[in-house]
Design a protein around this ligand. Structure first.
Ligand code: ZN
Ligand code: ZN
Length: 384
């Protein structure tokens, strides 16, 4: 279990309150579970938090009361936390909690259903607080990791690298993609991961040209490129890694493709430093692939943030126009520049339909000096 200390949780609450003040909210209803966990340390499949200038209330139902007590006893107590029991429904408990308050209360627009919103608005009538749609309030805090999170992510990335080593050593013609995927998932379990971070990808031969292929019944054959993309969740935190193998010696086109992606990966890594624009990291990788004739074969962004979710900020990709924000919403936009403490993937790829594909993915931490690559397994083309 993640050892969030009382000090770290206090710091998070202070940062959250300062964000709320900066956008003019008196309180925020937090319904996205990774955000609930971030603020309270409480790990659960249900629960809601209300945070205001001087309160932190966790709503949980009876199934979780014992879990809250145990988690609170097993780790530093969450400072200032009040736990309230949900007797009937979360909606009703939340409506009650809100109706006791005044002012502007934000909710997470991406994580509250239209139905719940309508019932809350109906429940507390016209004299009560204003419900304000919000985006990025807690996500913007999570994007820079604190010391407890970095300790878990470093450890997780090392363990994931060990899983990769074992799997690559064991690869060979004749095994099916699904068998290899099962081997990866068994390795994740052995290394202490609670679960895979997403469906394990083992894509071989022509299938390796599909960036989101899963693992099928195809058997690895001589001349295949094999893309292995997998991740694990440790103490709530996700790490993510991709390596490529060749079954037998690669043909020259495969070698060219691999070398181009490896050079793109190196260029992206070399560009990482605090203050750099996220789009510049993407551009560094993209330029190399364009120069080598694979620009149109790079069909996704260069990377994504890692943390309590396997895809979170910062987004490292092509520039995109800012999302329109309705006038009555409050929003903290995604970061456009790197900061020390951000953790994200660097995963350029190139995919040639009918032939095969290559993606090389590592997890990196932005440091004051530049970066630290958290995943340690060698990234050369493995010939098996
Ligand atoms: Zn991945
Ligand atoms: Zn990834």
């Amino acid at each position: 279990m993640t050892t969030y200390t009382t000090e770290l949780l206090s710091e998070r609450h202070a940062r959250a309150r300062s964000t709320l003040r900066s956008v003019g909210l008196d309180a925020l209803v937090v319904s996205h579970l990774p955000n609930v966990r971030y603020l309270t340390g409480f790990e659960s499949t249900a629960g809601l938090v209300l945070i205001s200038g001087d309160e932190l209330v966790l709503l949980v139902d009876g199934r979780y009361l014992v879990a809250v007590d145990q988690q609170q006893a097993g780790m530093a107590r969450c400072p200032g936390l009040t736990v309230r029991l949900v007797e009937r429904t979360y909606e009703e408990a939340l409506a009650n909690l809100i109706s006791e308050r005044t002012g502007s209360i934000g909710f997470e627009a991406a994580h509250m259903t239209v139905a719940t919103h309508a019932r809350l608005a109906h429940a507390h009538g016209s004299s009560s607080p204003r419900l304000v749609p919000s985006e990025g309030m807690i996500e913007s805090l999570r994007v820079v990791k604190d010391t407890a999170e970095l300790a878990v992510l470093r450890d997780a990335a090392r363990r994931l690298s060990d899983v990769a080593e074992a799997v690559l050593a064991d690869l060979g013609a004749g095994r099916s993609e699904q068998e290899v995927a099962r081997g990866i998932e068994a390795g994740l379990g052995r290394m202490g991961f609670a679960k895979p971070a997403f469906d394990t990808i083992v894509a071989s031969g022509p299938g390796s040209a599909l960036p989101h292929a899963r693992a099928g019944d195809r058997r690895l054959a001589h001349g295949d490129l094999v893309v292995l993309d997998f991740g694990g969740v440790l103490d709530g935190y996700a790490v993510d890694l991709t390596r490529v193998a060749s079954i037998g010696d690669p043909v020259s086109e495969a070698r060219q493709l691999f070398d181009a992606v490896l050079a793109a990966h190196a260029a992206a890594v070399a560009s990482v430093r605090p203050g750099e624009a996220t789009v510049a990291v993407d551009a560094a990788a993209r330029t190399v692939l364009e120069e080598r004739g694979f620009g149109k074969n790079f069909v996704h962004g260069t990377g994504h943030g890692l943390g309590l979710e396997v895809h979170e900020g910062p987004r490292v990709g092509l520039p995109r126009p800012p999302l329109p924000v309705p006038a009555d919403w409050v929003r903290v936009p995604e970061p456009e520049r790197l900061e020390a403490g951000m953790v994200f993937t660097i995963e350029p790829g190139a995919y040639v339909p009918g032939f095969g594909g290559v993606r090389i993915e590592d997890d990196v931490l932005v440091t004051a000096e530049g970066l630290e690559i958290l995943t340690t397994v060698g990234r050369d083309l493995r010939v098996c």
